[in-house]
Design a protein. Structure first.
Length: 288
């Protein structure tokens, strides 16, 4: 039997009784940050890396972690263990807390933390076998050209609208194009291209979320001796690429077979993406 777990400020509560104040700034203003992680063989994967990124995101928006990192790790592990799921999806949310109806962030005193655990729902097998469809969406992300650039903030409206546009246009993911005409990331993923054996992905300086899976794939390329570089990706390079793929915590690595209804390469997952995915799986589940 699978279950959903809600932990608020370190205490597990029944999901139907889990409540957050309407005066919480996360609800009022999207004033918070979050992380998503998953388990492999029931254990949270890269939990220290995710907590460190949560801390960095919180620092960018001037929210102090209400507990130290070891305590937060213990809360995540306890919530996962309590779920008794074979594999779990975990979301950790940190808001500035409750306060009056004011934009002044100093009016909130005590940050709120929530850990949500649910059964893991991976993409269908055919998405890995055949690749997915993506569309280009020109938009500005919430944190673009702000001090919070690169933070995983709770205000996901730009990404939400991009995902909706992608869905309307028959896509599975939106590839975000910035004001300079570069593809910077997916709405909920990092993006890579392959051309003549060289892998490229946008740099952190482009304001991307520095994905944990992205870092694993960069390491996988290094382990396999595949050259990989970080640089800007003009839109034209997407259509000239031999392969395009995205990475994220839940989807791991998915090839993009079509962009704006145009095939990428042969219109199916390519050899480098497949090799990188195999290497990634060996790294996260070495005993299999």
């Amino acid at each position: 039997m699978t279950s959903h777990i809600v932990m608020i400020d370190g205490t597990i509560v029944p999901p139907e009784l889990a409540h957050v104040s309407v005066y919480d700034r996360g609800f009022l203003f999207g004033d918070g940050v979050f992380e998503v992680l998953r388990t492999y063989r029931g254990a949270p994967f890269a939990v220290d890396e995710h907590i460190a990124r949560l801390r960095r995101s919180a620092e960018k928006v001037l929210i102090a972690l209400p507990v130290d990192e070891p305590a937060l790790r213990n809360e995540i592990t306890s919530a996962v263990r309590a779920s008794d799921n074979e594999e779990s999806y975990v979301r950790v949310v940190l808001t500035r807390g409750t306060g009056p109806l004011s934009l002044d962030p100093d009016t909130a005193i005590r940050p709120l933390r929530v850990v949500l655990v649910a059964p893991l729902a991976s993409p269908p097998a055919h998405a890995y076998a055949a690749g997915i469809r993506a569309v280009l969406v020109h938009t500005r992300r919430t944190t673009d050209e702000t001090a919070a650039a690169g933070a995983k903030v709770s205000n996901y409206l730009a990404s939400l609208l991009a995902v909706r546009e992608a869905k309307i246009r028959g896509g599975d993911e939106a590839l975000i194009v910035d004001a300079h005409g570069n593809v910077v990331e997916g709405a909920t993923s990092n993006v890579f291209v392959v051309r003549e054996g060289l892998v490229a992905t946008p740099p952190e300086e482009a304001g991307i979320l520095a994905g944990i899976t992205r870092a694993c794939i960069v390491q996988a390329a290094k382990d396999l001796g595949i050259p990989c570089e970080e640089r800007a990706l003009p839109v034209a390079e997407i259509f000239d690429a031999d392969e395009v793929f995205i990475t994220s915590t839940i989807r791991e690595l998915l090839s993009v077979a079509h962009v704006d209804d145009r095939p990428i390469g042969m219109g199916s997952p390519g050899p480098i993406a497949r090799a990188l995915y195999r290497q990634f799986r060996r790294a996260v589940e070495p005993s299999r």
